[in-house]
Write a protein that binds this ligand. Structure first.
Ligand code: TYD
Ligand code: MG
Length: 468
């Protein structure tokens, strides 16, 4: 028989070392090494042949498994993101920065479900019951039969939940404030968060209740806590928004029971979060189409087309090194577009400050924004207005070519719905006999984009002589 030796296992990443170390070499976590018996590692026993394993039956993929009915919240934007409602027995993590509106959205969800005669329990570890009640009253939800408690002990919470009718939904606000007696570290530490989440997940799986764990993250998502439970939960919903703007986006980052490319759009109002069924109209509200430097981008947020305005300001610089400033888009992408405009479009931007902004506070990350950004930049530089009723989408390559992007038809349909009549885009593949929702002004190279903008500016008598 193999000699039994002790080893030290990191509780954070699972790395095994022969000697105790203050800091795990593999994940750099401090004080995470715990002594375990020599045959304690995963698979150790089976390999050592100490115990003969139990034989279980293997099943085929074709076995029909009955899908349990989902718990539909009635908040369409939320149900869309969860993939059609909450799956009984599933655990969701709702992650977001503090103050973004997680508690507000969840108390609204609870109230909706309670109104449908489901049992819902809201456990707040952060606010007193009176505070939660006060907020609910302000939202006009005071009559909803939501069961409230301010508790932080996981054991007490589970014992309480086990009593009476099994709840359909349990909200734990937040997982960082929960603690379990099973581990000795203080609340909020990785070990506590993970152990508490594990206990609540076990509760959900055994009782069929849906559990939503709220997790605070900082801008870079680094705070100890929510990230460590991501792999344990069934779905991770991220609640995002830009400071100073009222709209919020709920995004599924992971979903074992639905798609991950759906988003839900909400607006924070004095009466809580209201659903935004038509985000494009909201982002384009207040658009000033009478000034150069603004292009409408037909963008995709997940599986949903969203129109936003890309604004650019190009002005002669007073500094030695011109400024480049971007809000809502990737600065590296802007540098690339500027380089391409100089190299293949013949523009001179070295003596100009460049500012680029996605209006409304949305963050755009897809390459389809390239063409809209380029159009806005050229328009601002030349002083030539872009057509009011045109949308732009296309990816710009380093050679100056404009490449097609996915979902061209969805983008154009959305634009047509909002009254746009043309699209500036690379070649759009068309099905036989299909009429495109918009008139397409094909643009396969940025030199064509620049020439078209200059020509339309000249026709309208706009533009500055120093242009292009
Ligand atoms: P909250 O749900 O407490 O955020 P989180 O739980 O994510 O930390 O929301 C806090 C913010 O929302 C707060 O700054 C005020 C604002 N708010 C409104 O604008 N309208 C409302 O009706 C409510 C309830 C909150
Ligand atoms: Mg909160």
């Amino acid at each position: 028989m193999a000699k039994s030796r002790t080893s030290f296992v990191c509780q954070n990443c699972g790395a095994v070392a022969q000697k105790w170390q203050g800091k795990c070499e593999s994940c750099s976590e401090w004080n995470s090494m715990v002594e375990e018996g020599g045959s304690a590692g995963i698979g150790a026993q089976a390999v050592a042949g100490l115990r003969k394993g139990r034989i279980f039956a293997l099943e085929g993929l074709s076995t029909v498994t009955e899908q349990p009915a989902r718990v539909v919240s009635g908040i369409a934007e939320l149900d869309r993101v969860t993939g059609g409602g909450f799956v009984p027995g599933s655990v969701l993590l709702m992650a977001g920065e503090p103050g973004i509106g997680k508690s507000t959205l969840l108390i609204q969800t609870c109230a909706r479900l309670a109104d449908m005669n489901r049992r819902v329990v809201y456990i707040s570890g952060e606010e007193a019951v009176a505070q939660v009640r006060l907020r609910a009253q302000r939202l006009g939800l005071a009559k909803a039969a939501v069961e409230l408690a301010a508790e932080t002990s996981v054991e007490d919470v589970i014992a309480t939940l086990m009593q009476g009718r099994p709840p359909a939904l349990v909200v734990i606000d937040s997982i960082q404030t929960m603690w379990t007696e099973k581990v000795e570290t203080t609340p909020g530490t990785v070990t506590q968060v993970r152990a508490s989440a594990q206990a609540l997940i076990r509760y959900a799986k055994t009782t069929g209740a849906t559990v939503i764990l709220v997790g605070h993250v900082t801008k870079d998502g680094q705070v100890a806590g929510p990230r460590v439970v991501e792999h344990m939960v069934d779905a991770v919903l991220s609640f995002e928004g830009e400071g100073g703007h009222h709209f919020r986006i709920l995004r599924a980052l992971k979903n074992r029971f639905g798609p991950t490319d759906e988003i839900g759009v909400f607006e924070m109002t004095g009466l809580g979060l209201s659903e935004v069924a038509n985000p494009s109209a909201m982002f384009l509200a207040g658009r000033d189409a009478s000034a150069p430097g603004a292009a409408v981008l037909a963008s995709m947020e997940g599986a949903r087309p969203v129109l936003v305005e890309v604004q650019a300001l190009v002005a002669p610089t007073a500094l030695g090194t011109p400024r480049r400033s971007v809000v809502g888009w990737d600065p590296a992408r802007l540098s690339m577009i500027l380089a391409v405009l100089e190299a293949h479009g013949g523009l001179r931007l070295g003596q100009h400050d460049v500012y680029l902004n996605i209006a409304g506070g949305l963050r755009v990350s897809e390459p389809a924004a390239d063409l809209a950004a380029a159009a806005a930049l050229v328009s601002s530089l030349t002083g030539a207005m872009l057509p009011r009723t045109a949308v732009y989408f296309g990816e710009i390559g380093l050679s100056g070519s404009v490449r097609p992007v996915v979902h061209a038809n969805l983008r154009m349909k959305e634009a047509a719905k909002l009254g746009f009549s043309s699209a500036v885009a690379p070649f759009v593949k068309r099905e036989e006999g299909e009429t495109p929702p918009l008139q397409v002004a094909a643009c396969e190279h940025i030199s064509k984009l620049i020439a078209d903008i200059a020509a339309s500016g000249a026709r309208a008598g706009q533009g500055r002589p120093r242009a292009v």
